[in-house]
Design a protein around this ligand. Structure first.
Ligand SMILES: [Fe+2]
Length: 249
């Protein structure tokens, strides 16, 4: 893909190189975060946009299908959307009972990285995993995930469950009654028609991400280097702002 003289160096990721005591890395190839089959049968961008859609957390994961994450995640957040050097960042603030603030930051970074802290909020910490979304063709993709963990098998525990069951173990009736990310994304079609959409202010992250990706396509068309590409091995680690944090009252 592309001319050999334009081959970028592989990035080094801060979340995987700065380990806390007792942490090690695990990898998973079963599309964690996709909420559906291992090979997801719709366009990858429908998933990528989901990373910067914080409102669906309350609506889909907290209302339609019961509580799929934690009670705290159901509280209505204060949300800000920002474009960064390599993607779009969403900050969701939620007031906690003790007066402190739960600050959750997620990032969608080009080319295809989902930088999403664990939605079950097992700990307050910088992001523990990165999902590398691999578009297979226009209507199929798969997600490869690497995470810092403390127990063998911990990363597999990040997989979506409904009533204790994995997506593949649910009946068709359960898929209908308890939709998750996969049902929401796939039911829009194999490739969504953007011309049929009515984006609202709550979709600001999606609009920013589309603009950012289109701008990178334009840069490449004109012979330039898109965001997120580096040619210098000595370049510093790729760092993210994503994480689940608790700010004192
Ligand atoms: Fe979701």
């Amino acid at each position: 893909m592309g001319p050999p003289q334009k081959q970028p160096v592989l990035p080094r990721f801060e979340p995987f190189e700065q380990l806390e005591a007792g942490e090690f890395l695990e990898a998973d190839d079963r599309s964690i975060g996709g909420g559906g089959p291992v090979i997801v049968d719709c366009n990858w961008f429908q998933h990528f946009e989901n990373v910067v859609d914080p409102w669906h957390v309350m609506v889909l994961h907290g209302s339609f299908s019961g509580t799929q994450f934690t009670e705290t995640m159901l509280r209505a957040p204060q949300i800000t959307f920002e474009t960064t050097a390599r993607g779009v960042k969403v900050t969701s603030l939620r007031a906690l009972d003790d007066g402190s603030v739960f600050r959750r930051v997620t990032e969608a970074c080009v080319p295809t990285w989902r930088v999403v802290p664990n939605p079950r909020v097992g700990q307050y910490a910088r992001v523990e995993s990165i999902g590398f979304v691999l578009p297979i063709d226009d209507t199929h993709f798969r997600i490869y995930t690497v995470a810092r963990v403390r127990e063998p098998g911990e990363l597999a525990g990040f997989r979506s469950r409904q009533g204790g069951k994995l997506w593949s173990e649910l009946t068709p009736e359960e898929h209908r009654r308890f939709p998750g990310d996969y049902e929401a994304q796939k039911s829009q079609g194999d490739i969504t028609w953007h011309s049929h959409e009515n984006l609202a202010t709550s979709d600001r992250g999606i609009a920013l991400l589309r603009r950012l990706v289109l701008a990178q396509v334009q840069v490449v068309t004109e012979g330039g280097d898109p965001a997120g590409v580096s040619f210098e091995p000595a370049d510093e680690l790729v760092s993210f702002e994503a994480g689940n944090f608790r700010d004192p009252a």
